[in-house]
Design a protein around this ligand. Structure first.
Ligand SMILES: [Zn+2]
Length: 113
C-alpha cells in the first residue's frame, strides 16, 4: 500500500448515471421494464427523451419498473364496480333483477336510436 495519496486523486462526481452517454450511434434507446407478473416489455425512446421510471405493461396493464428484481407492486384498487353493482348490494335479488331488466331495456333503447 505505497502512495497513500493516490486515493485523493479519484474523480468525484462520476455518478451511476454515466451510462446514459453511450448511445451515440443509436438514435433510439430500448429500455426494458418488468411487471409483477414477470412480463418484460422494451419500448424504445428517443435518445434525448427522458426515460420514465415506470411503464404500463401492455400485456396485463400492471405498472412495470426497470428493476426486474423488484417490479412495482400491483395497485390494490378495488375491482371496478358499476353503479348497478352498488345498487344490487343494497337491494334484494328480486329488486336487482328488476333493475337489471330496466337497465338493459334502456341500453337496448339507446342503441336503437
Ligand atoms: Zn404484465
Amino acid at each position: 500500500m505505497a502512495g497513500g495519496n493516490a486515493i485523493r486523486g479519484t474523480r468525484v462526481g462520476a455518478g451511476p448515471m454515466g451510462e446514459s452517454e453511450r448511445g451515440e450511434a443509436a438514435p433510439r434507446e430500448r429500455v426494458s421494464y418488468y411487471c409483477a407478473n414477470g412480463h418484460e416489455t422494451a419500448p424504445s425512446f428517443a435518445a434525448e427523451a427522458e426515460i420514465p421510471d415506470a411503464w404500463d405493461c401492455p400485456r396485463c396493464g400492471l405498472p412495470a419498473g426497470r428493476d426486474h428484481q423488484s417490479p412495482p407492486a400491483p395497485p390494490r384498487n378495488e375491482p371496478y364496480k358499476t353503479h348497478l353493482a352498488y345498487v344490487k348490494e343494497r337491494r334484494s335479488d328480486a329488486d336487482g333483477a328488476a333493475i337489471l331488466e330496466e337497465a338493459l331495456g334502456k341500453l337496448r333503447a339507446s342503441r336503437e336510436l
